[in-house]
Design a protein around this ligand. Sequence first.
Ligand code: DX5
Ligand code: ZN
Length: 215
Amino acid sequence: MALIAPSLLAADFLNLERDCQMVNESEADWFHLDVMDGLFVPNISFGLPVIEAIKRCATKTLDVHLMIEKPERYIKDFKAAGADVLTVHYEASTHLHRSLQAIKAEGMQAGVALNPHSSIELLKDTIQDIDLVCLMSVNPGFGGQSFIERTYDKIRSLKALISETGSATLIEIDGGVNSTNAPKLIEAGADVLVAGSFVFRSENPANTIRDLKKF
Ligand code: DX5
Ligand code: ZN
């Protein structure tokens, strides 16, 4: 059974409180919050004030995924806004090791996201410092894209690296997750599944979360 983290990028922003309550009352484990800067990714989503507002309503872990250039500039701000897990992109942080230490120094769990083109090998020297690896199973920037099948092999390589090094790192999968690929992702070694459009575009989001939780 994996942790389920609905992505609020697919929520109804005009009814954010209602959608937050739905996640609170559902079997979901975390809130996944996607921050985009229009530079690292072509899209702009939401930032600190929206996360602060969600924090006031959310009763579960806030998993904040930063798709921004030089994320180290904002580590303290995201802590203040309420982040519990803070994930930076490997491709966006030049001094990744320093960023991870800074995130932990603020008392947050430190995550690293890898774009589909980035190899697992790149994490060989930092894996023991990483609480969560977010494997992107779409190119970051937008919800509703289709899942990249190569992700299964990447999960298996990452799982092997984690066991070889005796790390306690969680594997999170982000992008195009649905009830068809979820069981296969979990079988390959995924610990956390992010799901945006599959949850929020469904007729009954709470039931969809419950179905994902069954695998
Ligand atoms: C994509 C984001 C994802 C997105 C997932 O850049 O990081 O978290 O919200 O959305 P779906 O599940 O619709 O692919
Ligand atoms: Zn995300």
